[in-house]
Design a protein around this ligand. Sequence first.
Ligand code: IDP
Ligand code: MG
Length: 132
Amino acid sequence: MERTYIMLKPDCVERGLIGEVISRIERKGYQITAMKMMHLDEPILREHYSHLVNEDFFPLLVDFMMSGPVVAMIVEGEDCIAGMRRLMGPTNNANAAPGTIRGDLACSNRLNIIHGSDSPETAEAEIKRFFG
Ligand code: IDP
Ligand code: MG
């Protein structure tokens, strides 16, 4: 069994898509073992998106992620780190196939509904960051 950190972004919450996305995760057979709604601040976002701090779009990304509440989750299941990334689809909605969460629901490459850890190391670090 593996566990991963999943976060429903402010666009997902604002558009009333929490249930839609959670049901896709549950239908896939993964278990949600922790969940909370929270507001993020700039320090935690600088840490979470440290690989992107030098990108032109970083300030817009931080503004977006602080524009409303997010839903933080721990998701468990066999191979769920890569499995959730497949379910989500690629970062840019233009490249995300229909049937994926981002392909069906995302509006842009920034407003892309959902975050999911990209490796076992980041999954553990992100779970610690958001759940302590
Ligand atoms: P990921 O969320 O698919 O893992 P990352 O490269 O880790 O993608 O980027 C984190 C987030 O930053 C993305 O989900 C998206 O919201 C935003 N982002 C990434 N690349 C761009 C871009 O080129 N323009 C605007 N926002 C971006
Ligand atoms: Mg990422």
